[in-house]
Ligand binder design. Sequence first.
Ligand code: FA5
Ligand code: MG
Length: 427
Amino acid sequence: MAAMSYARSTLFSKPALLFRSFTFSLTCSSFSTSSALSAHSSRRQKWRQPVVSALDLGGVKIAKDDVVRDDPTNNVPDTIYAKLGLQLHRRDQHPLGILKNAIFDYFDTIYANKFDKFDNLCPIVSVKANFDDVLVPPDHVSRSYNDTYYVDSQTVLRCHTSAHQAELLRKGHTHFLVTGDVYRRDSIDSTHYPVFHQMEGVRVFSPDEWETSGLDGTLYAASDLKKCLEGLARHLFGAVEMRWIDTYFPFTDPSFELEIYFQEKWLEVLGCGVTEQEILRRSGKTDNVAWAFGLGLERLAMVLFDIPDIRLFWSSDERFTSQFVKGQLGVKFKPFSKFPPCYKDMSFWINDSFTENNLCEIVRGVAGDLAEEVQLIDNFTNKKGMTSHCYRIAYRSMERSLTDEEINELQWNVRDQVEKKLNVVLR
Ligand code: FA5
Ligand code: MG
């Protein structure tokens, strides 16, 4: 459990691990896949009725059944489909949009508008772009159906903005920022949500830039990267204490995480490092060196705006949305209500394929944003070797009080679906 939660928030900073078992099997030999979704949808368009409600995702038209299908290679639920295209980071009056613009301002000032900005790239990407192109090993845990939303066996909802690195490098961009919604099957609590937002930054150096410094390219890039991000943290937070932690990412070496000290805690806000030479080589930049970073916009925004729960970013309640103003960073959010959570426990005997992410997916499917937290509170194995888990589910609305009837009905639905879909034995 502890190990699982750890893996959640630092998905890529883990070396390759074997897949955890998962109930969606990967038997997809008869399924015809298409790695480029745009090609996929235009092919389908030929026989399909004109699509009434298609989403426009970065210029790609997507209908619901392009993304959600009853097929073993697909694990995208309706609740996730419903988030596609909302693009909170493109709303200038939303905390995520305000933050994005403040980061853009920093880069425009420091680098004289040199960075190209992308914030409307389609979140549906190939497995190749999301994993292979950034050197994620074949057995890395992040590739599993337990951690990533698959549209089909070759297509995923991007789980990080690094999915666009290689393509933009191949197209010749040398300074760029990519902002977008990213998707991860995940646990449920106040800082985790299956959709969140990242900003990726990449800067490529040519030899003349480091040669005069006397440093080798990698050291030069690493020191420039740290300077750039320390400056960004000061731009956003003012004078803050920060520290660098050495870490691992498949796509950078050396790799670091930046933590800032805020409200008596060290908070991990981004991962970064010097781009693996192999990634540059494949994009025709053999002689260059580059740095890259990926930061979590919600993490930063929760701190900057005092937003206590990650679900609030998705609220359309005017009492939330009206508190933020375009261009104003750091306006402190005033909670408009705090209803008490209601806790429900459920125990069951797990089986070999049980995972907490699968359980959380069911809870979110039934309760949506009313699910505040799912927590393992008891875990034991009996003499026969059967393991029992007890989970405590916290239900709470950010906007109103919930009735007992409503919560009981949610809980009965959760129990029913957990039993049927996860094949566990309720106790
Ligand atoms: C990555 O996603 C790497 N692609 C980052 C990177 C890019 C490293 C380029 C090197 C070079 P990680 O999984 O640690 O790494 O996520 C990066 C940041 O996203 C975290 O530091 C955190 O701020 C944020 N983040 C990660 N998971 C969540 C989550 N579930 N909810 C909210 N924010 C999250
Ligand atoms: Mg991390």
